[in-house]
Write a protein that binds this ligand. Structure first.
Ligand code: PRX
Length: 645
């Protein structure tokens, strides 16, 4: 295998200028493992402290006693670090460069303007009764006000919970009640790819189910005439006119919660991943600087949505903590044309582009010409995140988009990890297309087999992390037991990632995908259990089982096996209804690609669904179904195979 891998050397330009070269990586990495306290004690100083820390690392992965604290006796404030401390030297530097859905719309917000905007937003929240420790749900388009709202929460010590604007009212309601939010920040409507998303209307529908909300702050985006509930809803611009543009930042303990972000797991409802203040910020800022080899004149663009962790760490917190110019894009890659990303690169002279394999594959499908007709001369570094990138897509991204000149950092991480854990450093790492390569400083990946044995050398198994890093999630909001069970029970004493991984003879990591019941659709993480529970909530459905299958553009598609109630006809019309029903319950990203009506599902005699078999059928690997003799009724498999879609 390794012979066929096309290795890309570190370009000369990076060797000369990069922040971290290969010797320095080796040295720093070795030290970070040998002396974590000394190492992180130094790097903890990259942020400004109100009261400096004296303790560095207080972490334990011990069964039944998992607890994680970094820099815990220090105090600081995230918004001071992302804004105020830059004012003296970078007040007039552009902090947020906004590109609207319509190519004619853009805004430049300097650090000084960001300060005023965030202070004002913070004062508006305070006037709505938001105080330290409260939870604010943010359901917004990709407009600068989304970042202002996040930073405003950080400034006054409230936790934000950003909910992706593509989630349905039902999904939003669950996330509002999950953390008892009294205040929701939203916009009248979102605009994506020329299409309207009725955010405020969705919030109204969500609040009908979630009884906790007392105040809704509505930012005007399209200016549409939306319904406003007297006494509950108010327009941001009206509220902002009544408050001042100065707001002192709260002094926060290092371990004070910063935000909650809901993410899907293999069982039950999405869980609220909790990140805290100082460790998260140190880690987001440091990975952002080193992985993207950030220099002061860079124009950095991450195409994620702020509704996902990538948007939190690598659009807002990491870049702003580093005083960078971060581009925020409201639109989609194929509107108004499939050249849009490259046109934006040229318009704003983007130097670093960080996007997802699904976008790369979709654009690759449109051919080289829409790329070639743009310049892209400003680009010097490319990044990939969210799912494994296949070598073909990697090579196309490298050769066509980057004209062979830009290294690609394939960054592996998770909502739970807060920041990048495995990735090349562009000045230090030779690249192998499809490999996330080597661990970041302080990260101890191990590959284990099913018996928890740590495998050495070239091997393949499950990926665990043997010790804590500052960006790690601290708990599941309100449910520490679930945190321990989900991440620390499979391999006691270690953090289990849920991913499979191969390590080659050079110590490079190749992520093979999830080994649990989580699927990754277009880089969006989805629990099969959530889609199943949406399906069985429909009157006609008696049982459902959902698995992922390989999809050319999305990475994985959603394949649903559905058993109908007795007497219900399996029609095309019903199939459409069920897809629409899932969209309504969760959102368009959860729409099943395939629904197969199945009179029976393969179950063991104790009634457990054999997902392995369902996965193989969905993958069309019919020769690899394995032993079906232990099934309660082996004949159901024949029916499933015969009616495969
Ligand atoms: O399976 C891995 C995949 O995405 C999962 C994490 O999803 P989420 O929490 O939504 O965060 C996505 C953005 C960090 C992982 O468990 N994943 C993420 N990045 C990569 C990846 N798989 C392979 N290569 C990557 N670079």
């Amino acid at each position: 295998m390794s012979q066929s891998v096309h290795i890309h050397d570190v370009p000369e330009t990076f060797k000369k200028r990069a922040l971290i070269g290969s010797h320095r990586y080796d040295e720093m990495y070795a030290r970070s493992l040998k002396d974590p306290t000394g190492f992180w004690g130094e790097h903890g100083m990259r942020i400004d402290w109100i009261k400096p820390f004296t303790r560095v690392k207080d972490t334990s992965f011990a069964p039944g006693a998992v607890s994680i604290a970094w820099f815990q006796d220090g105090t600081t404030n995230v918004s001071l670090n992302c804004i105020d401390r830059h004012l003296a030297e970078r007040g007039d530097k552009v902090a947020i460069l906004w590109e609207g859905d319509d190519p004619k719309d853009s805004r430049r917000i300097t650090y000084r303007e960001l300060h005023a905007e965030v202070c004002r937003f913070a004062n508006v929240l305070k006037a709505q009764g938001v105080a330290k420790g409260d939870r604010v749900t943010i359901y917004m388009p990709m407009i600068p006000e989304a970042a202002f709202a996040m930073l405003a929460c950080a400034r006054i010590g409230a936790m934000h919970s950003v909910v992706f604007g593509g989630f349905s009212p039902d999904a939003l309601a669950g996330r509002i009640t999950g953390c008892d939010s009294r205040v929701v920040v939203t916009a009248d409507e979102a605009l994506r790819g020329g299409r309207i998303v009725p955010l405020k209307k969705n919030v109204d529908a969500a609040i009908e189910k979630a009884g906790t909300v007392e105040r809704v702050v509505v930012v005007k985006r399209t200016g549409a005439d939306v319904a406003m509930v007297a006494g509950r809803d108010a327009y941001y611009h009206d509220l902002a006119a009544e408050v001042g543009a100065d707001c002192p930042a709260e002094e926060m303990e290092a371990e004070a919660p910063l935000f909650i972000l809901y993410t899907s797991g293999s069982t039950g409802q999405p869980k609220g991943v909790l990140h805290t203040t100082a460790g998260y910020l140190v880690y987001a800022a440091m990975t952002h600087q080193y992985v993207f080899d950030l220099h002061d004149d860079d124009v950095y663009w991450c195409t994620a949505d702020v509704g996902w962790v990538t948007g939190h760490s690598y659009i807002v917190y990491g870049p702003l903590a580093n005083g960078a110019t971060t581009l925020m894009f409201e639109g989609v890659p194929n509107y108004p044309s499939v050249s849009r990303l490259w046109e934006v690169v040229d318009k704003h002279k983007v130097t670093i582009l960080y996007t997802a394999p699904t976008a790369i594959r979709a654009l690759m499908g449109a051919g080289d010409e829409p790329v070639r007709r743009t310049s892209r001369a400003s680009l010097r570094l490319l990044g990939s995140v969210g799912e494994p990138i296949n070598p073909e897509a990697w090579e196309w991204y490298h050769r066509v988009v980057g004209e062979g000149r830009c290294p690609i950092v394939d960054t592996w991480w998770q909502t739970e990890t807060g920041g990048i854990l495995i990735s090349p450093l562009p000045g230090a790492t030779r690249l192998k297309p499809g490999s996330a390569t080597r661990p970041f400083f302080g990260v101890r990946p191990e590959i284990v087999d099913a018996e928890a044995k740590v495998l050495e050398g070239a091997c393949e198994g499950n990926l665990v992390i043997a010790d804590s890093w500052p960006g790690q999630m601290r708990t599941v909001y309100g449910d520490h037991k679930r945190f321990e069970e989900t991440y620390f029970s499979a391999y006691p004493g270690k953090y289990f990632t849920g991913d499979g991984c191969r390590r080659d003879a050079d110590g490079y990591h190749w992520i093979t995908g999830r080994v649990d019941d989580v699927i990754n659709v277009s880089g969006h993480r989805m629990g099969t259990a959530e889609v199943e529970s949406a399906l069985v909530a429909h009157d006609t459905v008696s049982e459902a089982a959902v698995v992922g299958y390989p999809h050319d553009v999305k990475g994985q598609g959603i394949y649903a096996y559905v058993t109908l109630m007795a007497g219900v006809e399996p029609t095309e019309g019903l199939r459409k209804q069920l897809v629409a029903h899932v969209r309504q319950e969760i959102g368009p990203i959860a729409s099943p690609d395939v629904i197969q009506f199945a009179p029976g599902l393969p179950k063991t005699r104790s009634g457990k669904i054999m997902r392995r078999i369902l996965r193989k059928i969905a993958e069309n690997e019919l020769g690899a179904l394995g032993d079906t003799s232990t099934l309660a009724d082996p004949s159901v498999v024949d029916d499933l195979v015969a009616n495969r879609r």
